[in-house]
Design a protein. Structure first.
Length: 163
């Protein structure tokens, strides 16, 4: 094959549409298909392989196919790396959450009175209002508010959580 600029430009113009359609059918993305075809022509121009005029079309299609397979492998590798990173991040978050829950339970067990614990359990775990909690425990709603406010302040201080 003759690698003169004019001959190569003619080859590019004649072959690009077919190569692009093939690449697009494989990678299903316009930008990736363009990149694949352009990469083939770039490598061909730089390497100037000895290809006969009769087999240049087959050479270009095979090179395009190979370039598309390379792109697909890269995508797959990228997805695998992203999935692994997501798994690691999720595991780390779960671990941090578990540590925080353990610290919270320890703060509740060690810092709060039994009455504080009962008030928190009814209000947060059982989702009762201040009035319902007060009625069950036989205390005023103001006392419920006081227990909750004081308990949360102790927990924040123990865990060093900002308000």
């Amino acid at each position: 094959m003759d690698y003169s600029k004019k001959t190569f430009e003619h080859l590019f113009k004649d072959s690009y549409p077919l190569m692009y359609r093939m690449a697009f059918s494989m990678v299903e993305n316009a930008d990736d298909a363009k990149d694949a075809v352009n990469q083939v022509f770039t490598q061909m121009w730089r390497g100037k392989p000895k290809v006969s005029d009769d087999s240049v079309r087959g050479y270009l299609l095979a090179a395009t196919r190979n370039q598309c397979l390379h792109i697909l492998r890269q995508r797959q590798l990228q997805r695998q790396m992203e999935d692994e990173l997501l798994r690691q991040t999720e595991a780390s978050r779960n671990e941090e959450r578990e540590e925080l829950l353990q610290a919270l339970q320890q703060a509740i067990d060690n810092q709060l009175t039994e009455q504080d614990k009962r008030v928190l359990r009814l209000h947060y775990d059982e989702e009762m209002t201040y009035q319902e909690t007060a009625t069950i425990l036989g205390i005023s709603t103001a006392a419920v508010n006081k227990h909750i406010t004081r308990s949360l302040a102790k927990i924040r201080e123990t865990l060093k959580i900002a308000k």
